[in-house]
Design a protein around this ligand. Structure first.
Ligand SMILES: [Mn+2]
Length: 410
């Protein structure tokens, strides 16, 4: 009888092919076994089988395909020997890793025995309780006299004189709470007026809606702000006031750089100075200059309002502020007065940027109709409190929220 291995495709053709295939299968028990003994073409066998109407095989094509091991004639012994070799390899690789690890441990142990740290902490005496921190309150953008309508701002803000002075109470509460709860003594308070504490009449809408005419506003703010500042006097060994003017209190519609102090902010500061003249612990600097350097804990801080910085875009022009202060930095360095910090108001958004080199104050007024209309939103009212130390310089930037959340929600 012809076996499959010897058969050519031609042999499958013609009469009796199906019968010959059956015989072949019976002779070897299965096609798989027939192929194992006589390796041949599985595809040829399968196509002949189906061409001559062989019944569907249980298990489909798999039934025709021998297992690879069987097809290659690999015995069980060979398979197990191969497996054994593989396992030996794995074991020897693991052993190598163990040896490597042990060698690394030895190297590290030897190294640690030989090396010593090159640093030892400096001898620091117990810090003196008398170390002098000084606080500096940024006071600006109260826009006294201006009214903001709760209805027109969709409930975002409401502002009038009474609200303004209530928010000044909040400043007092904040500063005194920070002073009381800091673990170091603070004997000196700087108060830096940064301008726009009067709303002014530079826009038609302000002229039409202000609570009082500007002259009345300035006098009243001088009196009320004196009473406010006076409350700090007994709390600190000394209070040092310095103030620059803003843009809102100017006399004319068009901004001017000459005689910039011709501004109601300047009048307010001088009124305060006269009212508190009897206090020897209160010192005053009310310059005619538009920018004013003050010294605190050996650091030079430049005060200015901030309206000189050009802006054509919505939002605070950070790029412009940084370029502007870089130029100021060069200018003052040339004059032998290098500046450590720049402090301004005007933008109504409290921030400390460039590694706290530039500090921008928030406002007392908060969002108003113009800001919402022009910028889409306005920041909540807030003022900034700085703390300096003779050794570390500006150590803390604190934010005093003038409308704590619960009050707004109420
Ligand atoms: Mn301003």
């Amino acid at each position: 009888m012809a076996c499959l291995g010897e058969l050519s495709e031609k042999w499958w053709l013609g009469e009796g092919a199906l019968e010959r295939l059956r015989t072949e299968r019976e002779a070897h028990g299965s096609f798989a076994e027939a192929l194992r003994i006589h390796p041949g073409s599985i595809d040829a066998l399968q196509s002949a089988w189906s061409r001559y109407g062989g019944e569907t095989l249980k298990g489909g094509r798999q039934t025709l395909i021998p297992t690879p091991a069987a097809a290659e004639g690999i015995s069980e012994l060979e398979r197990l020997q191969q497996r054994n070799r593989e396992l030996e390899k794995i074991v020897s690789r693991g052993r190598k890793d163990e040896i490597l690890e042990e060698r690394m441990v030895v190297v590290l142990r030897d190294a640690l025995d030989e090396l010593a740290p090159t640093y030892s902490p400096a001898v620091i005496p117990k810090p003196r309780k008398a170390d002098q921190h000084e606080m500096a309150l940024l006071w600006s953008d109260a826009h006294a006299g201006e009214k903001v309508s709760l209805e027109e701002t969709n409930g975002l803000n409401e502002y009038d004189w009474k609200t303004m002075m209530r928010r000044h109470d909040e400043i007092l509460r904040g500063v005194l709470a920070f002073k009381e709860n800091r673990p170091y003594p603070v004997k000196k308070l700087h108060v830096w007026g940064l301008g726009d504490n009067v709303g002014g009449e530079i826009h038609q809408e302000l002229l039409a809606t202000n609570e009082f005419p500007i002259i009345e506003t300035a006098v009243q703010l001088g009196l009320d702000a004196s009473a406010w500042l006076e409350r700090f006097v007994p709390e600190f060994e000394s209070v040092e006031f310095a103030g620059v003017v803003g843009n809102h209190g100017r006399m004319y519609h068009k901004p001017q750089s000459k005689e910039r102090y011709n501004n109601f902010d300047w009048l307010v500061y001088h009124t305060m100075r006269q009212r508190l003249a009897a206090y020897k612990s209160v010192k005053w600097e009310i310059p005619k200059a538009q920018k004013w350097p003050v010294m605190v804990c050996g650091r030079r801080v430049l005060l200015f309002h901030g309206d000189g910085i050009r802006s054509t875009m919505v939002d605070v022009p950070w790029g412009g502020i940084i370029r502007y202060t870089n130029k100021l930095s060069n200018q003052y360095a040339q004059a032998g007065q290098p500046i450590d910090h720049f402090v301004c108001g005007h933008w109504h958004e409290a921030n400390a940027v460039k590694n706290r080199r530039i500090i921008v104050n928030g406002s007392v007024i908060g969002a108003n109709e113009w800001v919402i209309d022009t910028f889409g939103s306005g920041e909540r009212p807030a003022q900034v409190l700085l703390t300096f130390h003779p050794h570390w310089g500006l150590t803390d930037v604190s934010f005093i929220d003038l409308e704590p959340a619960q009050r707004l929600a109420a």
